[in-house]
Design a protein around this ligand. Sequence first.
Ligand SMILES: Cc1ncc(CO)c(N)n1
Length: 230
Amino acid sequence: MKFCDRLFEAAKPIWDQYHEHPFVTGIGDGTLDIEKFRFYMIQDYMYLLDYAKVAALGVIKADDEKVMGHFAQITQGILNEEISVHKSYMKRLGIKEEDVKETKASSVNLAYTHYMLAVSHGGTIAELVAAILPCAWSYWEIGKKLDENPDARHHEFYGPWVTCYSSDEFAQAAIWLIDYMNELAEGKSEKELARLEEIFLYTSRFEYLFWDMSFNKEMWSFEETRRIEV
Ligand SMILES: Cc1ncc(CO)c(N)n1
């Protein structure tokens, strides 16, 4: 059994819930409330900027030229391809750059991106890959699953989202990360593997929380009764 099979099995109880989440199923059948999607788009745009930084740290942490090139390609894919899908949705939704700049990260977004950044800054290249693998891999899984419904990619609003995450380019990045994770795991002790699994499960949980936060348009899960000046 390859290490990523072990990761997949361990995360299955979490990942299965992505596919059932009303935010995800709503994109698939086109019933998702646009206001929820708008909330998600702005938060996810911010998320992608940090995700790109983590991918760029892959260039820094890797020693092998080929691996550096792959991380550079993933960084470019996020910043120039994936983000262009977001930009086009933002245009359709009338979201301006200033709106994004003025929006603060939600609690889940902030916790997720900062966890990924901390692991990637402080950890090994294997830990960095474990942290970002659920992002690339689970979105690809979701894209593929939604694309099983032949209408999904043709939906007038949600179609481009489904097309992006079920695309060959997106798949290639996910597949390379899976293969690289398997390669990095070879010869590692059980203690090291357990640490990688722990990181993978943490970011898998954050992925679920990101869907849920978006569905509920949740910034922080409590009301601030006293005004706090920031
Ligand atoms: C929260 C989140 N995870 C993963 C992806 C895929 O890149 C994304 N766009 N947003």
